[in-house]
Design a protein around this ligand. Structure first.
Ligand code: HEC
Length: 114
């Protein structure tokens, strides 16, 4: 009987964890950005990391940079990755991120604008 109670509790805890991502896309996108994108694009999107300088990532805090691309272009680049002169600069994320997560990342990138 006591092990049954424990299982119910474990199940309740697991369900609570499952419900967490529903709280908001913003938190999700920030988490994804931190874990998968920030090492090149930097936490604030300015691209001022050692890796970003080497790869010449753009400064997303710059309004002119923001104006230079459409949302669809950003979406496409996140999905397909970026290749320049035959060199893979950024991997594609279409197998790693859902369509919603990718869209949320585009919104996050837009929010870096100063
Ligand atoms: C290995 C380093 C690296 C990682 C990791 C990386 N990027 Fe990039 N990303 C780049 C480089 C380099 C470019 C091309 C910059 C340019 O336009 O010349 C780029 C381009 C982009 C572009 C197209 C707009 C632009 O700046 O030209 C978007 C959007 C983008 N990255 C988003 C992301 C997101 C979102 C993630 C995480 C899911 C991510 N990147 C992870 C290096 C990276």
């Amino acid at each position: 009987m006591s092990s049954y109670k424990l299982n119910v509790r474990t199940l309740a805890a697991a369900l609570a964890l499952l419900a967490l991502p529903a709280i908001g896309f913003a938190a999700d996108a920030k988490e994804n950005w931190k874990n998968q994108c920030a090492k090149c694009h930097s936490a604030d999107g300015s691209g001022k990391t050692a890796m970003g300088k080497k790869l010449k990532t753009k400064d997303y805090t710059d309004a002119k940079v923001q104006e230079s691309f459409k949302d669809e272009e950003l979406l496409n680049d996140i999905n397909q990755g970026v290749t320049k002169e035959g060199k893979k600069l950024m991997p594609g994320y279409k197998d790693k991120l859902s369509a919603d997560e990718t869209k949320a990342l585009v919104d996050l990138i837009r929010s870096f604008k100063k």
